[in-house]
Design a protein around this ligand. Structure first.
Ligand code: IPE
Ligand code: IPE
Ligand code: MG
Length: 248
């Protein structure tokens, strides 16, 4: 059974598939990389908004295992952007007490980028206000496979709990709310294991246009959802003597 998060109208963990950068650029007759650059600005704004609203964990999909299939100049541009953005944003993360984790298969990244990622993580290790996971060269299938290999190598029984502890996002609870911008309604190999009970929210807004109002729209939709975790609505209603107590 999945762990049940605390009942709250505010999601403790928000995950986002930041999609639509390319279309945002095309609409403006700009190269795709201009859309990715604008996407970094949108992410900075979203990160700040999440901290202000009291979200405990923000996890974003920045580069998937499948994104290597894109044209080489775009892939190189995204690698470059990631390296530069991290160096540039460390001070901002520190200022907001945000702890950065870069999640994914780093083996295929350049030694220089790997070094930059390590430094950025180390530089924010003291952050206690919000955890910020950037999924980069990440795939849900990769994660499950690497976790299974680690459990097998350790000699433990292959249980849900053991696998869960070996996953790349074991340091955070499962996402309560999973947002995808850009109009597509698919998971694209994001948090396959962890999204088992996430509330899904799809919006046509392209990622570079995803502002505070768009975030609030997603949070409001989440607050109106009933999370049952297999139970019935009646089971969730508070008994009459517990009026005023939170109903989940
Ligand atoms: C998402 O935007 C960012 C990455 C996948 C890196 P896209 O680049 O996929 O934008 P669209 O879907 O082509 O508009
Ligand atoms: C998902 O977006 C990956 C990221 C946002 C990093 P894509 O644009 O790559 O997804 P597909 O290929 O259209 O499903
Ligand atoms: Mg896309």
């Amino acid at each position: 059974m999945p762990a049940e998060p605390a009942c709250s109208p505010l999601p403790a963990h928000v995950a986002i598939v930041m999609d639509g950068n390319g279309r945002w650029a095309r609409q403006r007759h700009l190269p795709r990389i201009a859309g990715h650059r604008q996407g970094v600005d949108a992410l900075r704004q979203c990160m700040r908004a999440c901290v202000r609203r009291g979200v405990g964990v923000l996890t974003v999909f920045a580069f998937s295992s499948e994104n290597w299939r894109r044209p080489v100049p775009e892939v190189n541009g995204l690698m470059d952007l990631m390296g530069k953005a991290l160096v540039r944003e460390v001070a901002e993360l520190q200022k907001n007490a945000i702890r950065l984790y870069v999640v994914g298969d780093r083996a295929r990244l350049s030694a220089r980028l790997q070094d930059g990622l390590r430094r950025a993580e180390a530089g924010t290790a003291g952050g206690e206000r919000m955890i910020f996971n950037v999924c980069f060269n990440y795939g849900g299938r990769w994660d499950i496979a690497q976790a299974a290999a680690r459990v097998a190598a350790s000699g433990q029984d292959m249980t849900e709990a053991a696998l869960g502890r070996a996953l790349a996002l074991a340091h955070v609870p499962d996402p309560d709310l999973l947002i995808r911008t850009g109009g597509e309604q698919r998971i694209s190999n994001f948090l396959l294991w962890q999204s088992a009970y996430s509330e899904l929210y799809f919006t046509d807004t392209l990622w570079p246009d995803f502002d505070d109002a768009a975030l609030d729209g997603a949070l409001a939709a989440y607050a109106a959802r009933e999370r049952r975790f297999g139970r019935t609505s009646e089971q969730l209603a508070p008994p009459p003597q517990a009026q005023g107590a939170a109903a989940c």
